[in-house]
Write a protein that binds this ligand. Structure first.
Ligand SMILES: NC(=O)c1ccc[n+]([C@@H]2O[C@H](COP(=O)([O-])OP(=O)(O)OC[C@H]3O[C@@H](n4cnc5c(N)ncnc54)[C@H](O)[C@@H]3O)[C@@H](O)[C@H]2O)c1
Length: 262
């Protein structure tokens, strides 16, 4: 095992979606610090470009590309961009996601479709088009799909979100088995965070009628008594991206402070 050094993905090219904020941003920074060249993509150009610039100014290697993960054309152009820039990708992190609260009775068809378009179709398109470039390497690769504990256990007020994240979990296993059968040397795994301190959760908390009470209820629901930090999740993504996980595919890492163990 290479352990906790500073070159766990030295020389590898990583494409990370939703990289302008939260978990995607932390993963980009951590992977750059571990020797990777990062292509950050997001719909938010301003923060995405600033994030890439900040990585470069700390001695890392990063570029930003505008990319809506719901658009097939955007995927084609991002893959083309990566091939032109680096000739390959070794790591793909399908991280971009959105959350909307609502029970089955409250959720509209438009909300359902909007969530699935980003959270479910995004990773589908990512795996599909990411593979076309990754398999040209002939040196293998690693795809990491960011799902959620809500893709494993239900929550009454997250009907569409739970469904979209559960789809990512099984898409991951199907892609992993396909790649293994084809002998591509490409691994595909999912990561399942519980509530994590990011703008997505801040927004959810702020929109609650009693934000402080709600935040402390979320914290005390966790056996470890706190929300996740972005680096807790990024570390698992980095592990799956690295050669330390070379025999791990079709698997899921739950990063939830024990929540799903209860
Ligand atoms: N924060 C949590 O508690 C938590 C828990 C479990 C899973 N997750 C998952 O982790 C991932 C990252 O979430 P986060 O909490 O860091 O959220 P975040 O809101 O901080 O960041 C999400 C990023 O995705 C981008 N994005 C949104 N729609 C997009 C689109 N169509 N195309 C490209 N980019 C788009 C946003 O601009 C943003 O930069 C998501 O898939 C989310 O569902 C988060």
């Amino acid at each position: 095992m290479s352990g906790a050094g500073t070159s766990r993905i030295e020389g590898k090219i990583a494409l990370i979606t939703g990289a302008a904020s939260g978990i995607g941003l932390a993963t980009s920074q951590m992977m750059a610090a571990q020797g990777g060249s990062i292509i950050l993509t997001d719909i938010n150009n301003e923060t995405g470009e600033a994030a890439a610039k900040a990585i470069n100014s700390c001695g890392g290697s990063a570029t930003f590309k505008n990319h809506d993960v719901t658009s097939e054309n955007d995927w084609l152009s991002v893959i083309n961009y990566a091939e032109t820039l680096h000739g390959r990708i070794d790591i793909l992190v399908n991280n971009a996601g959105v959350g909307t609260m609502g029970s089955i009775e409250e959720t509209t068809l438009d909300q359902w479709r909007a969530i699935h378009s980003v959270n479910s179709e995004g990773p589908f398109l990512g795996c599909k088009y990411g593979l076309t470039l990754m398999k040209k390497n002939r040196t293998g690769g690693s795809i990491i799909n960011v799902s959620s504990v809500a893709g494993i256990i239900g929550a009454p007020n997250l009907a569409a979100y739970c469904s979209s994240k559960a789809s990512v979990r099984l898409l991951t296993k199907s892609v992993a088995l396909h790649c293994a059968r084809k002998g591509y040397g490409i691994r595909c795994n999912s990561v399942h965070p519980s509530y994590t301190n990011t703008p997505m959760v801040d927004e959810m908390v702020e929109s609650h009628r009693s934000p402080e009470r709600y935040k402390s209820a979320l914290e005390s629901a966790s056996p470890m008594g706190r929300l996740g930090d972005v680096d807790d999740i990024a570390a698992s993504i980095l592990y799956l991206a690295s050669d330390d996980a070379k025999f791990t595919t079709g698997s899921e890492i739950v990063v939830d402070g024990g929540l799903t163990a209860t």
